[in-house]
Design a protein around this ligand. Structure first.
Ligand SMILES: [Cu+2]
Length: 163
């Protein structure tokens, strides 16, 4: 009788361990589907409440991943934006979802797709680091550090409203 009880307890413990192990593996798989490189944020002069972020995101999985939202320690409101030519003017427009096909890399770069960080409490200074998290529809989320860099070029200095 006593042996049976011990056996039952042992079995229960083993099953619980197995469930935890499976959960841990699927979490790791989700986290590694997407990898992010070259993440950086544009440094801004004091008084600016928004800035832009750039990165390259690669889908290492086999499913289509759609980036649906983002979070940052610098900002409580992030949007995906893209630039568009409109009657000779470059305009930005928000993009609800960014599709990252399996095996491909989507690049967020100046003049194209970018992250917009709104409601900054302090202007980001070169050397600062913010943690960003990207959320997807079916590929989990990915967290990474983005370093603040000064992206000002002399030829671009009259173009300060664009990013
Ligand atoms: Cu923008």
């Amino acid at each position: 009788m006593k042996n049976n009880l011990i056996l039952a307890l042992l079995t229960a413990t083993l099953s619980a361990t197995a469930v935890f192990a499976v959960a841990a593996i699927s979490a790791v798989e989700n986290a590694t589907n997407l990898s992010v490189t070259n993440a950086h944020i544009r440094a801004m002069p004091p008084g600016q409440s928004k800035t832009a972020g750039f990165l390259a995101v690669t889908n290492n999985g086999t499913k289509i991943c759609q980036l649906t939202s983002a979070k940052s320690t610098f900002s409580d409101r992030l949007e995906f934006h893209e630039h568009q030519h409109d009657q000779g003017m470059m305009k930005m427009r928000p993009v609800a979802r960014v599709v990252v096909p399996p095996g491909e890399t989507v690049v967020f770069a100046p003049g194209g797709l970018h992250l917009m960080l709104f409601n900054l409490t302090e202007a980001p200074q070169a050397g600062d680091i913010t943690q960003i998290q990207l959320f997807t529809d079916q590929c989990g989320s990915v967290s990474f550090d983005a370093k603040v860099r000064s992206l000002v070029k002399k030829s671009m200095s009259m173009d300060g409203m664009h990013h």
